[in-house]
Design a protein around this ligand. Structure first.
Ligand SMILES: NC(=O)C1=CN([C@@H]2O[C@H](COP(=O)(O)OP(=O)(O)OC[C@H]3O[C@@H](n4cnc5c(N)ncnc54)[C@H](OP(=O)(O)O)[C@@H]3O)[C@@H](O)[C@H]2O)C=CC1
Ligand SMILES: O=C(O)CCC(=O)C(=O)O
Ligand SMILES: [Mg+2]
Length: 417
């Protein structure tokens, strides 16, 4: 059926039920993309740690059959020089429902557009879910890093990530500039002859489906607030629209009522009876408040570019992107991946922290309902960090630490299960 993907003989597909819950067999086939750069280091370690956790949790009753699918540089060597994201990779990720990937390289300026973004857009994985939590003992620049405990819902399908951009000097930019100047009466482009142009689509549908997920998450996990982060003072009809449509959705679908005339609003969590506040914050102010008063923020709903910046900034507060996990999700398909990129200077050196991808796999196991294996990974991560046998990123900031390699940290985690 596939050209270059080998389907394991001994596994079954995860399937999606009519109510969007999953049916997960005891031996599911999980597609994985190894990834570029340090993907070759962290992905095998993640697989080894997950296999150990599953074996320990279920004593052989459950087992993952991993199925390699290709994207990025490895794809070009398997499929041919220009094939960065084969159709059969997209088919497999959709068909097998739950998957995990290493990071993929995107050149700056010219060259291919982001394969990471292409995967999200082509599979309509509109939620980028990035939890940010502190593990005791991790070196952090904050005095009280444990106060940072947030979950980012980053809109993953719109915004300037749609890639509608026209290069300076191209026919496309000339046409669009002519349209803007001659037909739309735009006078504010400072240097029209030498500008590139980009377009930022933000829709009501895109906003509502993302914010609905964020609010539902706050309900299901008994969180006190959802903060809409935007730059709506400057970009009134895109970021400002996002803010307004988010508040409107909270009122329309969750029965939120205005606080002191609004725009903040609140409603009672139908599951716990506790209050959930819906509030907003302008992105620049938000970035200083998360440092100064992180305890005031819980669930964050934001647009694509803001979410990208906020993810790395919050990850830094709890010790860096070496342990920052994430997931890209539609209503049915989920693809798990770390927040960080390929860290090319460390590629192939068995050096970087595999924690980010291991914790992404932990989210994946929880999503599959394999909570015992997921819990083992969290407990082992806690013990491993407490034992101070850690990779370079933590070792360089921890007193009395023993630095271990990427695979060495995987072994420490397995010992600690
Ligand atoms: N989802 C994806 O696949 C993503 C892909 N990318 C792509 O990755 C490439 C490189 O991007 P770049 O901007 O350098 O960002 P990276 O996230 O790859 O790396 C930035 C820095 O973060 C630290 N870091 C990254 N990964 C780890 C890890 N596993 N353990 C410990 N520290 C880590 C390193 O810090 P230090 O130098 O201090 O050691 C590294 O130099 C680009 O092509 C970019 O487009 C970027 C983000 C996400
Ligand atoms: O696609 C890329 O290269 C970067 C993506 C990114 O930074 C992210 O998803 O956080
Ligand atoms: Mg990023």
């Amino acid at each position: 059926m596939y050209q270059h993907i080998t389907v394991p003989a001994d596994g079954q597909k995860i399937s999606v039920n009519a109510d969007l819950t999953l049916t997960v067999p005891d031996n599911p086939i999980i597609p994985f993309i190894e990834g570029d750069g340090t993907g070759i280091d962290i992905t095998p370690v993640m697989i080894k740690v997950v296999d150990a956790a599953v074996a320990k949790a279920y004593g052989g009753r459950r087992k993952i059959s991993w199925m390699e699918v290709f994207a990025g540089e490895k794809s070009t060597s398997v499929y041919g020089p220009d094939v960065w994201l084969p159709d059969e990779t997209l088919d497999a990720v959709k068909d097998y429902v739950v998957s995990i990937k290493g990071p993929l390289t995107t050149p700056v300026g010219g060259g291919i557009r982001s394969l990471n973004v292409a995967l999200r857009q082509q599979l309509d994985l509109y939620v980028c879910l990035r939890p940010v939590r502190y593990f005791t003992g991790v070196p952090s620049p904050l005095k009280q890093p444990e106060k940072t405990n947030m979950v980012i819902f980053r809109e993953n399908s719109e915004d300037i990530y749609a890639g509608i951009e026209y290069q300076q000097g191209s026919d496309g930019v000339k046409k669009l500039m002519d349209f803007l100047v001659k037909e739309m009466g735009v006078t504010k482009i400072r240097f029209p002859e030498t500008s590139g142009l980009g377009i930022k689509p933000v829709s009501i549908e895109g906003t509502e489906r993302l914010v609905r997920k964020a609010i539902q998450y706050a309900i299901d996990n008994d969180k006190p607030s959802v903060t809409i982060v935007h730059k709506g003072n400057i970009m009134k009809y895109t970021e400002g629209g996002f803010r307004d449509w988010a508040y409107a959705l909270a009122q329309k679908e969750f029965g939120a009522e205005l606080i002191d005339g609004g725009p903040w609003c609140k409603f009672k969590n139908p599951k716990t009876g506790r209050e959930i506040i819906i509030k907003d914050s302008i992105a620049d102010a938000f970035l200083q408040q998360i440092l100064l008063r992180p305890a005031e923020y819980s669930v964050i709903a934001t647009l694509n570019l803001n979410g990208d910046y906020i993810s790395d900034a919050l990850a830094a507060q709890v010790g860096g992107i070496g342990i920052a996990p994430g997931a890209n999700m539609s209503d049915s398909v989920a693809m798990f991946e770390a927040t960080h990129g390929t860290a090319p200077k460390y590629a192939g050196k068995d050096y970087v922290n595999p924690g980010s991808l291991i914790l992404s796999a932990e989210m994946m196991l929880r999503h599959m309902g394999w909570v015992e294996a997921a819990d083992l990974i969290i407990e082992s991560m806690q013990k491993s960090i407490a034992s101070k046998r850690v990779t370079y990123d933590f070792a360089r900031l921890m007193e009395g630490a023993t630095q271990v390699s990427c695979s060495g940290f995987g072994d420490v985690m397995i010992e600690n299960m």
